[in-house]
Design a protein around this ligand. Structure first.
Ligand code: NI
Length: 170
């Protein structure tokens, strides 16, 4: 199931997503569709609001870009909450909803994450480096926040105007 990825400045990207309470086939189908869409678009993470579903669901595969599809390792995170964060790391980030733009963002180097599996089991996991950065970026999406919001005000304004213009002519 291919889904359409919403692009900035689509207002749905600014909405808060709701916790998932029903762990049924529809959730599995949405997760599978998001994964397929993420692979097709060449991303390593995708949050449900990016495909217009205001649900607290994230798919991640840090190996999405590998030549060899055998090394792919898809992960699903439902209702994720960051319980603790430590350290700092700067990463050049991009986003499927903000095409053709990257920027350096500083985030926690390590996080303690609590989430549910797509079948509803509670999982606790410590994440570091790129995995931690990716989850922080995706969890921001669940709150209507985008990585360009971290830019200094003047730069942010310039970038947003450019992206709006770009979206109009696309
Ligand atoms: Ni993103």
């Amino acid at each position: 199931m291919m889904l359409q990825v919403l692009r900035f400045p689509n207002p749905l990207l600014r909405q808060k997503s709701k916790p998932v309470t029903t762990f049924d086939d529809d959730l599995q189908r949405l997760a599978a569709g998001m994964l397929e869409t993420m692979y097709r678009e060449g991303g390593i993470g995708l949050a449900a609001p990016q495909v217009g579903q205001l649900k607290q669901l994230i798919v991640v595969d840090l190996h999405a870009g590998d030549e060899d599809q055998a090394t792919r390792s898809p992960r699903f995170y439902v209702n994720p909450v960051i319980r603790d964060r430590s350290g700092e790391t700067m990463t050049n980030e991009g986003c499927l909803s903000v095409p053709d733009f990257t920027a350096d963002v500083t985030r926690a180097q390590s996080i303690k994450l609590e989430y549910q599996s797509t079948s509803g089991d509670t999982v606790r996991e410590d994440l570091h480096g790129l995995a931690a950065v990716c989850l922080q970026h995706e969890i921001d999406h669940l709150r209507g926040k985008l990585f360009i919001d971290y830019l200094p005000p003047l730069k942010r304004q310039m970038v947003k105007q450019r992206l709006v213009k770009q979206a109009r002519t696309a």
